[in-house]
Design a protein around this ligand. Sequence first.
Ligand code: FAD
Length: 484
Amino acid sequence: MPARTGEEYIAGLRELAPEVYIGGERVKDVTAHPALSNGVRTMAKLYDMQHYSAIRDEMTYISPTTGDRVGRSFITPRTVQDLEQRHVMMSRWAKASCGTMGRTPDFLNVSMMSMAAAGDYFGENRPEFKRNIQRYYEHIREHDLVLTHTLVNLQRSRSPLATPLEDQTEVALSLTKETDAGIIVHGARVLATLGPLSDEIAVYPARSHRLPGGAPERYSFAFAIPCNTPGLKFLCRESFDLGRSHFDHPLGSRFEEMDAIVFFDNVLVPWERVFLLGDAERCNNMAMMTNQYTHSGHQVVTKNVVKCEFILGLASLMVHTLGSGQLPHVQQMIAEVIENLEITKACLRAAEVDAEVDQWGVMRPSPFPLMVARNLFIRMYPRMAEILHLLGSSSLMALPTKADLNGPLAPEIERYLETDTASAEERVRLFRLAWDMCCSSFGSRQVLYERFFQGDSTRNAVILYNLYDKEQATDWVREFLEQE
Ligand SMILES: Cc1cc2nc3c(=O)[nH]c(=O)nc-3n(C[C@H](O)[C@H](O)[C@H](O)COP(=O)(O)OP(=O)(O)OC[C@H]3O[C@@H](n4cnc5c(N)ncnc54)[C@H](O)[C@@H]3O)c2cc1C
């Protein structure tokens, strides 16, 4: 089956009818529910982009098994050019939401591709797991399915050493039984971004939250199942799409990707959907050994470049509108955004140019530039939101709605809110966008997302510290010290 259209995606989701709850009620149809439907519509647009004749070749490639055109983010890259083309495709999807939908399907498409390509890693756990992961990847590629994922157990207590499990048996997702049909899992997981808008959910070990040494086997697994599997329940946070117009709420009214807690109530995972089982060490090392983390990093950093560009454009227009561009400290803040953009772009470029074929025969982007770019963005993004606050100040609150612009105070608004470079309406339109990017519940969630979606900054720094080869540098310093 070729790459799907938006309509096909929506029809599939409607038919799937996953068990989704919001505001104390079960959602009958996620494609029609006001909390979710605008996000679904944006997702549908992404799928339609695969069929725009001008960019179809950028967005899709020829499937190696069926000859159909399938989504380019599924490609198994063999050359640097493959990576560059994948980046162009992923940029287009990121731009469609101004970088605010982090979990567009390419994130998990590239992850599943890398896991399938490293099939032997899974096969060494049990031979049939290699076939399972490879068949699964082909299944999602050929059906153009949307995936969500949940890697982390709910917080209850956190020790400074590793994620504790024994005291959380009732909370952590765990295997309760093996049957002829598959494994039964029970417990809860966070946080399924895009969960209610997805066809399938992948559950695999988090690189950041390592299973503790000697972890019981029942916590060690990787699998993927349809979102409507019996016993699977998605509990949404409240929606940040407040049902307002694009004028009033430019981002939240379009790009609500939703996050959900996932409850697994004795869920049966068929054997053919199990990829790892009972091997804690193999689970802990999966993301790095298969290069899943590096390929997902390629998507994340591509999105980060797009997001920096958008913030730069937004900040520059704010400054232009308020006439503050001559102030040195304002220029310094815009310069900081430019630095963030250029550093992120340079890391992405370096990762592609220095890519090498890995042990699985896949062209792997150079991992450290991507890892560094990801870690830096955890600090860069909250600071960029702060810069928007500092540049906008009261204009982020002196913010009439569309109804106000047409209401009894319209003459006052028109007279007092215009600036030297913008009419009142232009100013309000721009600053409502800035507010939605950095102040609204939608904007605040963007900051929280960038801080945490890829693991917290401390654990990421610890991982970088431990992986990075520092020996060459220390040898050099030693040699210098030995000089007379
Ligand atoms: C908006 C958003 C979207 C998300 N989307 C997804 C998703 O789609 N899929 C998914 O699987 N996950 C998702 N996550 C979850 C994300 O992976 C976790 O939030 C992140 O890994 C941190 O884990 P935690 O929330 O359990 O916090 P904790 O692990 O409890 O950490 C909280 C704080 O305590 C510190 N800390 C606690 N224990 C330790 C320890 N042992 N070692 C070091 N530091 C420690 C951390 O540094 C951190 O600052 C999302 C999170 C957010 C906020």
